[in-house]
Design a protein around this ligand. Structure first.
Ligand code: NAG
Ligand code: NAG
Length: 171
């Protein structure tokens, strides 16, 4: 307060956020005392918000995992940002989003040949190798594991052949 002119001046920077926080209206009450004769006046000062804060995310990095099978347009929610200013006073803020795309079991195993042809003499002893077959699966981890089995074998033939997993190839 300038005692000769009566001007009320700010003595330091006003900061609405530290004075009033999230309150939508910020009123600072000051008692004004006049002497001779003694009078008391209450002054209410409305501190107006200016757009001096940017929205901030709690974390600088948001990590999320999204399955590769997620459909187009699928929505993922992230933690919202907070801006200390009120109303329309919205600057912009940034956050880094680290997305790990998780494998889905969407690939079928594929054999190295579409048709394998082999012949074996009828007098072949047991444990004669007839053919090597190999299939690979583009998926990762257990989704990419390949197991083999013989199908479409008549009851007579079912004991004629045996599938053996080659440990070198399984790696
Ligand atoms: C009070 O106001 C007068 C007139 O504007 C000025 O000359 C003076 O410096 C002010 N006093 C203070 C303490 O600011
Ligand atoms: C099958 O693979 C084994 C080991 O890799 C090899 O010794 C053998 O010659 C192969 N046999 C045929 C029929 O391709």
């Amino acid at each position: 307060m300038n005692l000769s002119t009566g001007d009320l001046v700010t003595s330091e920077r006003m900061d609405r956020e530290s004075l009033c926080g999230k309150k939508p209206s910020c009123v600072v009450k000051v008692d004004l005392v006049l002497e001779n004769p003694l009078e008391l006046h209450r002054v209410s000062l409305h501190v107006q918000d200016v757009n001096d804060n940017s929205p901030k995310f709690k974390k600088h990095l948001i990590e999320m995992e999204i399955g590769e099978s997620a459909d187009k347009g699928y929505r993922f929610s992230i933690e919202e940002a907070h801006d200390a200013d009120i109303g329309q006073n919205a600057r912009s803020g940034t956050v880094v989003i680290h997305v790990t795309v998780l494998d889905a079991n969407d690939n079928a195993p594929v054999f190295s040949h579409s048709v394998y042809k082999a012949s074996v003499p009828e007098n072949s002893p047991p444990d004669t190798l007839v053919i090597n077959v190999s299939a690979t699966d583009a998926d990762k981890g257990v989704n990419g594991d390949v197991t083999y089995e013989l199908g479409h074998l008549s009851d007579d033939d079912v004991n004629a052949f045996l599938l053996i997993l080659n440990p070198e190839k399984s790696e």
